[in-house]
Design a binder for this molecule. Structure first.
Ligand code: PLP
Length: 392
């Protein structure tokens, strides 16, 4: 056996043929709803946490230091959504938080038709609550469904991952509570992008994910109202007030806390990314008047565009933009890789021929004007190709 090297060696990496491309020095990353790069201050905080080490359950000094770091992160995440630190259970991400809230909560569960798969997979009703053509929850149908189906819990996301459409959560909470139904809110895409106030929303449980706001992947939180304690999915330890057994992901939790604090401080985020998104949409519509902005009539997250370029299938678009060094996605990341028509767009009643030409462009904290320019350049070339094809 070779002796372990005292220095870390960094082998050259070729990820699916990406080696040699300009991905590190000059990428155009417009897929921030899939995951957004970890902010430098977050990396620093995580590196410090890893250097300190320690298990928060240990009584010695390192253990106490780790416990203190987790405590501080809990306060930071709590501040982001206006709850007390005890209301937070750290999880492995938004998926686990949604699963615990719903599989470990009161059943049956009725979900809106545009929920993330981690919600739909643990909801019960065949007929989900419908949305209108702009992707907004239909409150009249919701009231009728609650009466007919008599669920114990309703799941409504705060903002949709594919369209960015912001849902009428407060109104849904009032309707649900009137019917004696609890409300779970998936705020994974909203938190860090728009204000999220747990109590003002009327949520009973709410889920968050660090990697959508500049924190690391693999850490999230489930937030619950006192008296609404979801059952643990993981057992065998008293961590997280017994709501989640297992040694805490201390560096991840510290990174999550740092990302939450940075998001709360960043008042200018929506204005910055909104200016980029609005410019991109305006210029695309000028270049291609037949283009369509999905959910464009609704209130949306400032960073998200779901764009239909008729006659250009989303797989063609993804390949074209990828070859130009630009990362965008078709539908949600969880369903990309196998590019199929999005259930969210289907629920909005988008015809298949339009839905199959939809891509998602999502900006983030490090997006720049030059990203818009590079995207528009690539888009012009793509539209010219379409023009040549049509006139051939
Ligand atoms: N909910 C929504 C709305 C999401 O967009 C995602 C991820 O894309 C999740 C939940 C899952 O979160 P995670 O990736 O942390 O498991």
């Amino acid at each position: 056996m070779k002796p372990p090297s005292s220095r870390l060696s960094c082998p050259s990496v070729d990820i699916n043929g990406y080696a040699g491309r300009d991905l590190v020095t000059n990428p155009v990353y417009l897929d921030h709803n899939a995951t957004t790069p970890v902010k430098p201050d977050v990396i620093e905080a995580m590196a410090e946490a890893m250097a300190i080490g320690g298990n928060p359950s240990s009584v010695h000094a390192q253990g106490r230091a780790a416990r203190q770091m987790v405590f501080r992160a809990r306060e930071q995440v709590a501040a982001l959504v206006g709850v007390s630190p005890e209301a937070i259970v750290f999880t492995s991400g938004g998926t686990e938080a949604n699963n615990q809230a719903l599989a470990g909560g009161q059943r049956p569960v009725l979900a809106s038709a545009i929920e993330h798969p981690s919600v739909l997979a643990v909801s019960d009703h065949q007929q989900p609550a419908p949305v209108d053509g702009d992707g907004m929850l239909d409150l009249t149908s919701l009231a009728r469904l609650l009466e007919g189906q008599r669920p114990a819990t309703l799941a409504v996301m705060m903002a949709n991952n594919e369209t960015g459409v912001i849902q009428p959560v407060k109104e849904a909470a009032a309707i649900a509570h009137e019917a004696g139904v609890r409300l779970h809110v998936d705020a994974v895409q909203a938190a860090g992008k728009i204000p999220v106030d747990f109590f003002e929303l009327g949520a009973d449980t709410l889920s968050l994910s660090a990697h959508k706001m500049g924190g690391p992947q693999g850490v999230g939180a489930l937030i619950f109202r006192p008296g609404v304690e979801p059952l643990p999915l993981l057992q065998g330890g008293s961590q997280e007030q017994r709501f989640r057994a297992g040694t805490e992901n201390v560096p991840g939790i510290v990174g999550f806390g740092a990302a939450a604090a940075l998001a709360l401080e960043d008042d200018g985020y929506a204005e910055r990314v909104g200016a980029l998104r609005d410019r991109l949409e305006a210029e695309i519509l000028a270049l291609a008047p037949d283009a369509k902005i999905v959910g464009g009539g609704a209130s949306r997250l400032a960073n998200t565009t779901c764009l239909v370029l008729p006659g250009l299938g989303h797989d063609t678009q993804l390949i074209h933009f990828d070859l130009a060094g630009i990362a965008v996605s078709a539908g949600s990341a969880c369903s990309s890789g196998k590019v199929a028509v999005s259930p969210v767009l289907a629920a909005m009643g988008l015809p298949v021929d339009e839905a199959s030409c939809a891509i998602r462009i999502s900006f983030g904290w490090n997006s720049r004007d030059s990203d818009v320019e590079r995207f528009l350049d690539a888009c012009r070339r793509l539209l010219a190709r379409r023009q040549r094809r049509e006139s051939a």
